[in-house]
Design a binder for this molecule. Structure first.
Ligand SMILES: Nc1ncnc2c1ncn2[C@@H]1O[C@H](COP(=O)(O)OP(=O)(O)OP(=O)(O)O)[C@@H](O)[C@H]1O
Ligand SMILES: [Mg+2]
Length: 332
């Protein structure tokens, strides 16, 4: 049994909507539980607005969750005061989507990469300079960039700088939030391959946030699928990409939902109708029910709990899948 580096339980994050949107509450994350095991890459996938970034920001404590708990290396960090959090901060790092806005334009590359060391405050100047040089090299940049400013670098180079900053303290957990989606397609593969290499050699665990399924399939050991602030399916890469059960996951993959009577009819309609509902007014029952071809009355009234598809941890939240599984068990 491997150890969990990160355990998120029943995480909930509400924002107050802007006044022009009525000042109501936005339920960005409604109920998220997940684990990232030692040395694994867990993908968090889902459409825009499903709450992926909010989960990441709660984990690095850029946001304080409304409810739920976050454990890092077995320690509850949900409400830990900043003074206590400080030594742990270096162990969880985040890489952001936009390498243009996430790097301070007034700082040189060496200052940017040295920043976490400075904040951590345990390295001498010389040690810090050495670490910065080694880390810059590790992410595939030449020493010549050390004195450059972000605006003198390409998008791919900037994201490598962002990675170097995140990795300079050798974190145990890296939260990578869409690290390649703002980049030119031609440089994406280079960054993803680099991330895989670094993860193998440095051994950190990674929560990799993306809306791009092909990226998740390339990179991740396990994948969690989010819809409207909840995880609707989680499993290994093979389970999610080869044997998805949830109608939402299946629609993302362009496959028809699985259900004996309905399957024939819905085969043409792999794409779910409509748009995801707003996080201000999530529907009662299963959050997918207004768009789901399999939804019946129960789906509109009662939120589905987790159903285990396999022993290995393939879990789905769907009444209809649960019924199908019960049927399969009864038939066998
Ligand atoms: N600071 C905030 N104040 C109010 N609402 C917010 C705030 N941050 C996020 N939200 C809302 O919370 C929901 C989830 O947002 P989040 O950014 O976590 O989604 P996401 O899955 O990362 O989307 P994307 O793929 O576009 O990055 C959205 O409805 C968003 O508008
Ligand atoms: Mg996001």
């Amino acid at each position: 049994m491997t150890a969990a580096v990160l355990e998120v339980e029943n995480l909930r994050m509400e924002f107050r909507a802007p006044r022009n949107a009525g000042g109501r509450r936005v339920q960005a994350v409604r109920d998220v539980s997940l684990e990232v095991q030692e040395g694994e890459i867990l993908g968090l996938v889902g459409e825009t607005g499903s709450g992926k970034t909010t989960v990441g920001k709660c984990v690095v404590r850029l946001l304080r969750p409304t409810a739920g708990s976050i454990r890092f290396m077995g320690e509850d960090i949900t409400a830990m005061p900043s003074s206590q959090l400080r030594p742990l901060r270096s162990r969880i790092q985040m890489v952001f989507q936009d390498p243009y806005s996430s790097l301070d334009p007034r700082m040189t590359v060496s200052q940017i990469v040295a920043e976490p060391l400075r904040a951590h405050g345990t390295h001498s100047r010389r040690e810090a300079a050495g670490l910065v040089r080694r880390t810059v090299e590790r992410v595939g940049l030449s020493q010549q960039v050390l004195d450059r400013y972000p605006n003198e670098l390409s998008g791919g180079q900037r994201q490598r700088v962002g990675l170097a900053r995140a990795l300079v303290l050798e974190p145990r957990l890296l939260i990578a939030d869409e690290p390649v989606s703002a980049l030119d397609v031609s440089v994406r593969a280079g960054i993803l391959n680099l991330l895989v290499d670094l993860q193998r050699t440095m051994g950190f665990s990674c929560l990799f946030i993306t809306h791009d399924l092909s990226v998740a399939e390339f990179l991740c050991d396990r994948v969690a699928v989010m819809y409207l602030g909840e995880i609707v399916e989680v499993g290994t890469r093979d389970e999610v990409f080869g044997a998805a059960r949830h109608p939402y996951t299946r629609s993302l993959l362009g496959a028809a939902p699985l259900a004996d009577p309905v399957e024939q009819r819905s085969r043409q309609r792999a794409i779910l109708p409509g748009e995801p509902p707003s996080a201000i007014d999530p529907p009662p029952g299963c959050s997918l029910n207004p768009r789901c071809p399999l939804a019946d009355r129960r789906c509109t009234e009662e939120a589905p709990g987790p159903t285990q598809v396999s022993e290995g941890g393939h879990v789905v939240r769907c009444h209809r899948v649960q019924e199908q599984l019960d049927l399969e068990v009864a038939r066998s």
